[in-house]
Ligand binder design. Structure first.
Ligand code: HEC
Ligand code: HEC
Ligand code: HEC
Ligand code: HEC
Length: 196
């Protein structure tokens, strides 16, 4: 038992050492298209559509805008869409950007579901998602994040964020809310594994 604790402590500290902005090394990103398969219908709360219209979906695009270019020039950065100093908070894919050819996630999707909910490889299948919602399995072991203020403050911090706005967790969560409707069927995808 004791050695198990030591080993998991070691694995934890290692992953903290090697992973930028707290990324989960154990789980792979599946990309927003995968989540969309089951989370796009109005009856299930249309999480995909709400996210797409919200601030996070355009976070990569923002880095090509005038404000971003002006700020980058001040900092001696040529292209913010290629600069780790900016990408670490503007794209979910940041931890795997050196290996994009082998990933299902893209830079263009900006700050997507898995930035907040955790890399989805072990929780995205329908059986797992239903069991999670029913409280039959714990979120941690399958990589689903229990979201709190710290989840957001990884990026909503003044450090390195020249455009920092005061961040109030309760207010901010309301602005991006995408709940499963009361009595709704939840994610109503018929697909078992999220394949389109
Ligand atoms: C991976 C980094 C990241 C995480 C994690 C993150 N955000 Fe954001 N957020 C951003 C970026 C980048 C923008 C600006 C996007 C743009 O304008 O292109 C933003 C913008 C916003 C905005 C609109 C601007 C504002 O400040 O009013 C809200 C609201 C917001 N986020 C809420 C949240 C909440 C709530 C959480 C946690 C549940 C969260 N964010 C987690 C990166 C992140
Ligand atoms: C620590 C995380 C973080 C880093 C690093 C970061 N940003 Fe952001 N950025 C954010 C967040 C969060 C917002 C939304 C504003 C807010 O709520 O703080 C944002 C907003 C923006 C905006 C929109 C501002 C507006 O008023 O419309 C631009 C442009 C931007 N960032 C450019 C950059 C550039 C260029 C870099 C790299 C030099 C960068 N950011 C680095 C987190 C970050
Ligand atoms: C900026 C952070 C953030 C992003 C991006 C994000 N979510 Fe969420 N999500 C939250 C928060 C906060 C909640 C509410 C608290 C909770 O359930 O953990 C939530 C709740 C949910 C719920 C449960 C709703 C309920 O009523 O129980 C689903 C389903 C969901 N998100 C799916 C998605 C999908 C799919 C995407 C991408 C298309 C996405 N989320 C993107 C932060 C985020
Ligand atoms: C194969 C279909 C499918 C795919 C793909 C899928 N989900 Fe789900 N998801 C569901 C179902 C079904 C539920 C349960 C909803 C209900 O019963 O009300 C659910 C519930 C959730 C919840 C709430 C969990 C809880 O504990 O309450 C979150 C958060 C969530 N999904 C996020 C995501 C994210 C992020 C992705 C992509 C990485 C994703 N889902 C991909 C079908 C799916």
């Amino acid at each position: 038992m004791k050695s198990l604790v030591v080993v998991s402590a070691l694995v934890f500290s290692l992953s903290v050492l090697v992973s930028p902005v707290g990324a989960e090394e154990k789980f792979d990103f599946v990309g927003v298209k995968k989540c969309k398969v089951c989370h796009k219908k109005p009856a299930s709360g249309e999480q995909f559509g709400i996210w797409q219209k919200g601030p996070h979906a355009k976070a990569f695009e923002t880095l090509a805008g005038e404000k971003a270019m002006a700020e980058a020039a001040k900092l001696g950065i040529k292209n913010p869409q290629e600069a780790p100093e900016c990408l670490k908070c503007h794209v979910t894919a940041f931890p795997v950007m050196g290996d994009l050819a082998n990933q299902k996630i893209t830079m263009e999707e900006g700050v997507s579901c898995e930035s907040c909910h955790g890399a989805g490889s072990a929780y995205y299948k329908k059986k797992t998602m239903v069991a999670l919602t029913a409280g039959e399995i714990e979120p941690g072991p399958v990589g689903l994040t229990v979201i709190d203020e710290a989840t957001c403050k990884r990026c909503h911090t003044p450090e390195g964020n020249s455009f920092y706005k005061e961040f109030d967790f309760a207010t901010a969560v309301k602005k991006i809310a995408h709940p499963i409707p009361e009595g709704g069927s939840g994610a109503s995808g018929d697909e078992d594994d999220g394949d389109e």
